[in-house]
Design a protein around this ligand. Sequence first.
Ligand code: M6R
Length: 606
Amino acid sequence: MCGIAGVISLGEVAERLVKCIHNLEYRGYDSCGVAMVNGGPQVHVRKNIGAVGEVSEKERFSTLSGHTGIAHTRWATHGAVTKENAHPHSSCGADFSITHNGIISNHERLRSRLSRDGHNFVSDTDTEVIVHLVEDYFKKTNSVEKAFVAAIRELEGTYAVAMITSHEPDRIFCVRKESPLIIGLGADANYVASDFNAFIDHTKRVVFIEDDEYAQVTHDSHSIKSISTGEPVARDVLELPWDSEMAQKGGFPHYMLKEIYEQPIVVNSALDIDEERIRDLARQTVEKTLTITGVGTTFYISQFAQYMFSLYGGATPLALSSDEFRHLAQMGKESLVLAVSQSGETYDTLTALRHAQKLGASTAAIVNVMGSSMARMVDSLILQGSGPEICVLSTKAAMSQMIILTRIALEAGVIRGVISRKVANARIKDLRVIPETIERILNEKSGFIHTIAKAQSHINHWLFLGRERYYPVARESALKMKEVSYVHAEGMPSGFLKHGTIALIDEKMNSVVFMPPKEQKELYDISMSSVEEIRARGGYILGIMLEEKGKPPAIFSDVITLPKAPAFAAPYLQMVAAQLLSYFTAVTLKRNIDRPRSLAKSVTVA
Ligand code: M6R
């Protein structure tokens, strides 16, 4: 949930360090800080509340001198957003400084013990116990490494920690357990960070630290050891396929818009994923009882997949929100749990996978971030190849997941014999039209969608409605609207409306209806009856539909008519229109688009 960075070099590191946490700001941005060793007996810490740019200027981060530093950008979990609670946290003697991401569940017990032993706590955070524990053990062992390991062994919960100390000014100590942390190997410096975005401007060479391992990083070396045995661990250096240009805005005002515009490329990448990988996973979904899981957007994408499996794959899998997974999942050796995650680090989804593994189920994942925790823990993996998604909101990654899951569902249908290879190929051909049609939506429809967004920006309540496969698209679109514009939005099946929610319809409640193409006649007709129900109550209705013969029905208040395309492509294209609607609403309302309030890109806490 927070962003950790560390830089160690023979030269000054302050400016690089600030850039690193700037690059990590999408992980958290309520406060930040920097700690540096520079030869003296104490570690120098500067921190405050606010975003990196503002605090860095106010606290003059770049004037801190030193070759070894750590930094942090916070998203509060324990303790309010205050200067005291901002990281890094220091020991009583200010000779150790620590940054942490995760939650120490036994922090209260440790804090009481350390306080009794004379340690002075200055924050309300769980993190602060770690640095006092290390200080305590250092007094007993006079070895930083021994003290670090002894302290970590006492921690319960989840953590990624980076530590520097004036006793060993030429190294950064770090450890992880269920929170991400990686090492970056540069030409003139080495790095530790929550993810590669921190140091992507400097190196693509990374080393992953696994759970219960700690590492020591110097300016030109690194070593990893097991926390439990103390034995050295050999780990390969990997080369990441992404570069810094791919992670930058490239002329767009916001990452969200850039990422919406990248969807044609992303769809092609998803369609280019090796057929054998898709077939292999499809085979497993047929051989086992399938549950698909994700949370937030990826839960809605899982629900979309549930419909695709049901309509084309010959069986309806369970789709469970990963935060509720362990309360519902009944499974064993005969089960397969397929997780969907952009980051591969989402706590709820990781926990669901661990629970499934404990019950004996096989696991698989569709993940965008190579080397992420999820990518490494599952039995089968499909890497999305969507490139870095920086905006807190998931757009292009979600689109790619929809395409990949559709491919798997179609293949499962062929394996089960419920659809022919010819039909599956025809549907894949339909999907191949999506990239060029998205281009046309972006070029030809953005202006109109912007106009609607502006005209309706005074509305505080939206309903997003759809039936069948359009229903999860409606839910996902409502989530996008909420997240980025802070406007209340609910997604639901159109048929559900009349069972209660219809009581809310008036001129202050707008509805968006995802209309199926006319060739899905029954579905089209039944969707229209929901439109009639809303109209009868005086509500504004925005229809999103493909261009078809004849004029769109006059009953809609406004219609976003999408370029002609195969009926099968409709939900994917409608999702793009809804993304633009949310984006332009947020632009009109002057929201913090790439980093909406209270949200973080990678939710690594319970
Ligand atoms: O990284 P993940 O895909 O596992 O993230 C899951 C959710 O936290 C994420 O989709 C969240 O709902 C986004 N803010 C959606 O835009």
